[in-house]
Design a protein around this ligand. Structure first.
Ligand code: TXA
Ligand code: MG
Length: 314
């Protein structure tokens, strides 16, 4: 059994049956592995496990939690996770498998870890075309969350060596499928309210999207890469060591609270449970939410970044 925590002896294995079997085993053990897609190399982990997804962020050293793209085998599997209207179905039928990501309302019963969507009610889905990612989805038999396989702030990797240069020692395995075909992250569009909004330009041109989405002239808006953020409806107080009257306190470590991000003060567990604890707190009768201090180190930086955004006045 390989170790569960870094530093790892990062293995680079050529894409093939053995590499995919090992990658699927590691995914089953809750660890992230790098795998090629037709756009860029992704750092894939079990999308149904908050802790597995937290390990993606830990490996990337990401200072904040952005929502991640979930990769699935087919449109049928995607439809079990998100609500597709006719336009979304047309886009999926035309461009999947391929470099198109659809942002759609998530279905209530979808078994996706809250950390994947960073607490949003929408989810980004993609059916990749690369045989290595397809084989891994098949072998792992679960949806895989995968951001680009680079350390935070570095450019997206289009070769196994790029992944190794930024993540060596931080992940157990890189599946080497050679250089990627597109070398550019997927086109992202949000579909809803009868509109198709281009969130990130990519390999699929907006004209091609427009031709399929029905109305090439007016439907596609490009608001740019505006980051959507989870925002609670209640006020949120940070650095709290005790609950004030009518506050629901989310604890951490020594601060017990009404619930806890991690009673043992574990940052991976805290990251994995963060959005779940916030949603629970919103659903209580308490008028406000307070959160215990989280140390500003490792994943704590990303946790605090999200908490500060959630606490920011609107
Ligand atoms: O080609 C790609 O898309 C690669 C491969 C590995 O699939 N993945 C990738 O993931 O580029 P990442 O995490 O680097 O970028 C994901 C983007 C982010 O800009 C994020 O804000 C956006 O997708 N995103 C994810 N979920 C979203 C949501 N619910 N609403 C709006 N944007 C979302
Ligand atoms: Mg990226």
């Amino acid at each position: 059994m390989s170790p569960r925590n870094p530093p790892f002896q990062t293995e680079i294995r050529p894409y093939g049956k053995a590499a995919i079997a090992e990658a699927a085993r590691l995914i089953g053990a809750g660890l992230p592995v790098a795998v090629p897609t037709e756009t860029v190399y992704g750092l894939a982990a079990d999308a149904t496990s908050g802790e597995a997804v937290a390990r993606i962020y830990a490996a990337k050293g990401r200072p904040s939690f952005n929502p991640l793209i979930v990769h699935v085998r087919s449109l049928a599997e995607a439809e079990r996770i998100a609500e597709f209207d006719d336009r979304a179905r047309d886009l999926a039928a035309h461009f999947w498998p391929g470099p198109l990501t659809l942002v759609l309302p998530m279905k209530a019963g979808a078994r996706i870890a809250a950390l994947v969507t960073a607490g949003l009610s929408t989810i980004a889905l993609r059916v990749p075309a690369h045989p290595a990612m397809q084989a891994l989805l098949e072998a792992a038999a679960r949806p895989l969350a995968a951001p680009s396989a680079n350390a935070s702030g570095r450019i997206s990797p289009t070769r196994a060596e790029h992944v190794a240069a930024s993540l060596d020692g931080r992940i157990p395995l890189i599946v080497d499928g050679g250089p990627t075909a597109h070398g550019l992250e997927s086109t992202i569009v949000a579909v809803g309210d009868g509109k198709v909004r281009l969130l990130r330009p990519g390999p699929i041109a907006s004209a091609a999207l427009g031709a399929v989405a029905g109305d090439a002239t007016g439907t596609i808006e490009a608001p740019g890469q505006m980051a959507s953020h989870y925002a609670p409806t209640k006020t949120l107080r940070l650095g709290a060591t005790e609950a004030r009257e009518d506050e629901w306190l989310i604890g951490f470590g020594d601060v017990p609270g009404d619930s806890s991000l991690s009673a043992r003060g574990d940052l991976i567990e805290a990251a994995a449970s963060l959005f779940q604890r916030l949603h629970e707190a919103e659903a209580t009768d308490s008028a406000a939410i307070a959160v215990a201090p989280v140390p500003e180190q490792g994943l704590g930086t990303a946790i605090n970044d999200r908490l500060r955004r959630a606490a920011a006045p609107r």
